[in-house]
Design a protein around this ligand. Structure first.
Ligand code: NAP
Length: 262
């Protein structure tokens, strides 16, 4: 299989690359920190393609996808994983911060997809599918909370994009999968805290997963394309129920927020 991964230099994207490489997949690895990508490629035997790419740049997204296809002659799965978090109230979030987070988390997803789908449409069916688009969203796509408005909005946008795209591409047999991790022990929170100049509030005993745990569930979603991957199984039900009982959920989130430790 050929899998193209954005945000492969760290965290979930990196762990996914390691898992897929172990299983024999050929990979195209994209991110801004090419030194990290080259190190990873070296660690994985040097047989993958490294592409410098800032996903906030539409041309760079198109170039990444095209280069992958031209190099391998096929693109089985595109994983739109690159993204970052921001800790801000909605009112504090500046226009520039909104633009920047949407450019990376949302347009970084749509611009890679726009480049990939026409190429996947040219491919023969393989195990029922011509290709797969996997979008790394978040559990927060279904329910936001304080200081997470802008970030969750981008993750909800990714979920809506996945839902629409899945039905739009169903007849053409391109699978679309969204991924909804809970708090994952990557660089994500350090990066968000540094960018925001504030600490994330985390509750004592709050469940977390490692990037490796998340990536193993993603690999299953690539081997057998499914609609949604919820790497922490219980969160699917908790966040699903939250959409049915918004007032009750507000109360629970508020209490958790007040108990939150800095
Ligand atoms: N960690 C969590 O708790 C959590 C929970 C739910 C969902 N997620 C989602 O999972 C995805 C991966 O996050 P992570 O936890 O692995 O975070 P991470 O360890 O901070 O890694 C983020 C990755 O995204 C890349 N990236 C960021 N901005 C980019 C840009 N403009 N262009 C290209 N690459 C960019 C980074 O590479 P460079 O800096 O080298 O460009 C890095 O490889 C994100 O979409 C995040 O929203 C994370």
């Amino acid at each position: 299989m050929v899998v193209a991964i954005t945000g492969a230099s760290a965290g979930i994207g990196r762990a996914l690359a390691v898992e897929l490489s172990k299983r024999g997949a050929r990979l195209a690895l994209a991110a801004r920190r090419t030194d990290k990508l080259n190190e990873l490629n070296h660690e994985l035997g040097g047989r993958h393609l490294v592409v410098p790419c800032d996903v906030a740049d539409a041309d760079a997204c198109a170039a990444f996808v095209t280069q992958t296809y031209n190099y391998f002659g096929v693109l089985d799965t595109l994983v739109c994983n690159a993204g970052y978090g921001l800790l801000r109230t909605v009112v504090e979030t500046t226009p520039a911060e909104w633009q920047a987070i949407i450019a990376t988390n949302v347009y970084g997803t749509t611009n890679c997809i726009r480049a990939a789908v026409p190429l996947m449409l040219k491919q023969e069916l393989r195990d029922r599918w011509r290709g797969q688009i996997m979008i790394v969203s978040s559990c927060l796509a279904r329910r936001s909370g304080p200081d997470a408005g802008a970030y969750s909005a981008t993750k909800a946008a990714q979920l809506s994009i996945a839902e629409a795209l899945r039905l739009e591409l169903d007849e053409q047999q391109i699978a679309v999968t969204s991924v909804h991790p809970i708090g994952t022990l990557s660089d994500f929170f350090d990066q968000a805290e540094a960018r925001s100049g504030r600490k994330a509030r985390r509750s004592v005993g709050e469940p977390t997963q490692t990037p490796e745990q998340v990536s193993i569930r993603m690999v299953r979603g690539i081997e057998q394309p499914c609609v949604e991957v919820w790497p922490y199984a219980m969160s699917r039900w908790v966040f699903g129920a939250a959409t049915l009982f918004p007032k009750l959920t507000d109360g629970m989130v508020k209490r958790r927020w007040q108990r939150g430790v800095l």
